[in-house]
Write a protein that binds this ligand. Structure first.
Ligand code: PMP
Length: 308
């Protein structure tokens, strides 16, 4: 859980998280006008070393989200990376840790707009093991559709957009599933609640294109690189029909929180054998090796945190 005594960053200063105060009049709290990221640092117990995965990539996406929302985060991508490393140096966690940067309209005024409003930047950390079960998720197709790009762009990580996620996840979990898979307004497969989706079918690994109202997942890119580099598998980006989910040999979800999570059942139909498939298994192993800094070929994916 989040701890009040941990170091965080708020509006230009390193502060204990419990010291930050927010007004109920903050624009973002009322209208969802914020952007955020989710970054992971992996603790390597053998090497007694903490490394942050794809740090710069996350802040580049953050900068893009800020641009859409007309938020000036006040720091360059390089400075955001440095501030994050400093928080981790101060907290010095010896477990896998999630990092949550958040930039939001903190102006205390009533009225919906984007321009001319003060914004704030906070970054905090929280211990995070496996966010979801890594042996097999049971999913349903959500009755809620994914938010389209010309309404609320899923490409950017916007706080308000996660209402869409919350509605779908809550329904799924109340019905006994682990997670929901969204369809686009057009009815093709988009993504899971907070993860991108891949299917293995007819010897191909397929994922919805960047135009399927998905978040441009950093783990999605990482997985595509791993598949190509380790096994010469070129991922096909194309629209996926709902019923291809049922016909697939393997389905897996990718994300900073989810990591590589196999889906073993969709709408009460087993996926393939009903257990984690071979490609998903190999990928999961390769991903963790790279993320924990155990594979020199992927050292550039991670940045070490120099703790005393
Ligand atoms: N889609 C959504 C909606 C998400 O919230 C996330 C988690 N950030 C992802 C996909 C996966 O993105 P990433 O691999 O960059 O964490």
């Amino acid at each position: 859980a989040v701890s009040d005594g941990d170091w965080s960053y708020f509006d230009g200063e390193f502060v204990r998280l419990g010291e930050v105060r927010l007004s109920p009049a903050a624009n973002a709290l009322n209208y969802g006008t914020g952007v955020f990221e989710g970054i992971r640092a992996y603790w390597n117990p053998e090497r007694q070393e903490l490394r942050v995965l794809k740090l710069r990539e996350h802040y580049e996406r953050f900068a893009n989200s800020c641009k859409l929302m007309r938020i000036d985060p006040g720091l360059s991508v390089d400075d955001l990376c440095e501030v994050t490393l400093e928080i981790l140096r101060r907290n010095a966690p010896r477990v896998d840790t999630y990092i949550r940067p958040l930039a939001f309209k903190s102006a205390e005024s009533i009225g919906v707009k984007l321009s001319g409003l003060k914004s704030s930047l906070s970054i905090f950390t929280v211990p995070m093991g496996n966010y979801v079960e890594l042996t097999g998720l049971r999913c349903c197709v959500a009755s809620w559709r994914r938010i389209p790009d010309n309404a609320i762009p899923a490409r950017c990580k916007l706080t308000g957009a996660y209402i869409n996620t919350a509605l779908a996840v809550d329904d799924a979990q109340k019905a006994g599933f682990d997670d929901a898979i969204f369809l686009t307004q057009e009815g093709t497969v988009s993504e899971a609640s907070a993860a991108n989706i891949f299917i293995v079918r007819r010897g191909e690994v397929v994922t919805p294109p960047l135009t399927a109202d998905i978040l441009e997942g950093i783990t999605r890119d990482a997985v595509m690189e791993l598949l190509e580099r380790e096994w010469g598998i070129e991922v096909v980006e194309r629209d996926i029909d709902r019923t291809e989910l049922y016909a697939a040999d393997e389905v897996f979800l990718t994300g900073t929180g989810y990591q590589i999570a196999p889906v073993v059942e969709i709408d009460h139909r087993p996926v393939g054998s009903g257990e984690m498939g071979p490609i998903t298994g190999r990928l999961q192993e390769a991903y963790f090796r790279a993320a924990r800094g155990d594979n020199p070929d992927y050292e550039h994916w991670t940045v070490p945190v120099e703790t005393a």
